[in-house]
Design a protein. Sequence first.
Length: 555
Amino acid sequence: MPRGLRAASCGLVGGDSALTLTIAPTADLTSAVNTAITTLDAAGGGVIQLEAGAYTIPYDTPIYINTNNITIQGVGPTTVITCNMSNNQWAFEIIGDTVTALPCSNTTANQTQITLTTHEGAGTRMAGVPIMIAGLDSNGVRHLEANSAAADGNGTTGVITLATPLKYTLTSVTMRSYGLGQNVHLKNFKIVHDEAVTSHSFGMLYTYRCSIENIVGDGGGYTNGSMNFSTIGGNLYPQMLDCTAYDYNCIEDYGGSFSCAGGYFSDDNYGGEFLRNNFDRCGNETLTLAQMWSIGATQENCTWAYNTLSNSLAINQYLMDFGATCSLVNCHIDHNTLVESSNMAINCRNNGTYVDTSFSYNDIDTVLGSTFFPGIQMVTPFYNDGLEFIGNTIDSVSSEAMSLYALSNATISDNVITNCTNGIYPYNCNGVTVSGNTLNGLAVGVYLYMSDNIIVSGNFCNSCTGFGIKSDGGCNGVVITGNECKTGNYGMHFGGADDDVTIGPLNVCTGNSTKNLNIGNSNSNFDIDNNDFRTGTVTLGSGTNIVFGAGNLVD
């Protein structure tokens, strides 16, 4: 056995083998790991155990893992690996065997076969190999499906028989398989960058059930390099768990002065879990815009939860940025703590796709930018349906806590918003429910603009310095019921061109200094009844068919 490797029979992680190889501290970890992988490959996999002490990955000699059933683990942060890469290399790169997705014929739901356009490609897909299928549904939404080959593919016909029927009917279909890059795990050590050029820590690309776990990353705080902690893309069931990263600085411009210095989710991921990570001071001190975490491509059945992202470096930096090409389907961005951002804490760019996805129970505190930087922003998606914004706590944002453009069939409920300029701003939305939110002491609690078929119910918009609930720009089909808008400036205000509005029952708009209810002159078809408008003024304007019922309480 090569010098520096010690075999043991007690290994239990990594594959069918029980073999564990221990590597003592060394100035050439790359060579030692490569030797160990060769030995473990022959045994069907196993564990590479690193001891406490100092290890070095020599300059520009990254560790590539293009095999299956390997775990590289230390004993915790006392296992310290120092590295320095260049040319956009990762210190550790786990990579599978199908970087390029292969085109297929269109599919239909419940189908049990796919056909590759280039038939001979099917012949290399063996029984049991995991498969990711991607394509567009009838709404233009890009979906991912996880499957596997039920039998060896047919290189003559291009047919691959699937283990389970397809869920979706899709066009523009592609397939990726995962014969290599299965069940590789990196965990329990600290990685330190001793210089920044274009030096990254971890790449997990086109893999199956691989993970980065309980790793501490020290970027060194260099201002002359392009760095990120992790790049994760093209994977089935990837995991990044319990990692800590700090002082990663990225000066590389990815277009439009954008850079990512923390977690970069660069390509399609299905079934990913990115949980309990802590990223601090990862960003860029000079570029106009940067991201601590950047999410692009299609992410389906993925969860980002219980993470803490804090202390952005850039002039205008997003903590979580969902790109213009991002498609989130059945994803959860929940229970995260997002603190000290110089731009939006959560930014969903123009033309993204969001379906059955939750942005909920997040704690957002202190967005330091200008009045144009909300806590959560979603700008004119290409397509969206079934979004939830529930139970978030948002404090100290200089603009809207939530600025939400062009949403359909969305729920915004039970959020608590304090010390922000404005609360919830649905703009050009349709079929949205805003309910049960606490929005006290803001300039505007709920601000509806150019939105239709909106329900505003059970919100607390008290002591607002401008308006508890404001509607403007021509909203139609609005129902406002059971809200409290007390002791502010205006309780409820309808500026103009609103139509088919129901106010009541059970709104309490009392004690506001200017008006409890103000309806502008150009509104029409208002039904107002069974509300409390005492201790203040009501102005109904001169619009068309403004009905103020006898069940209202007034002075």
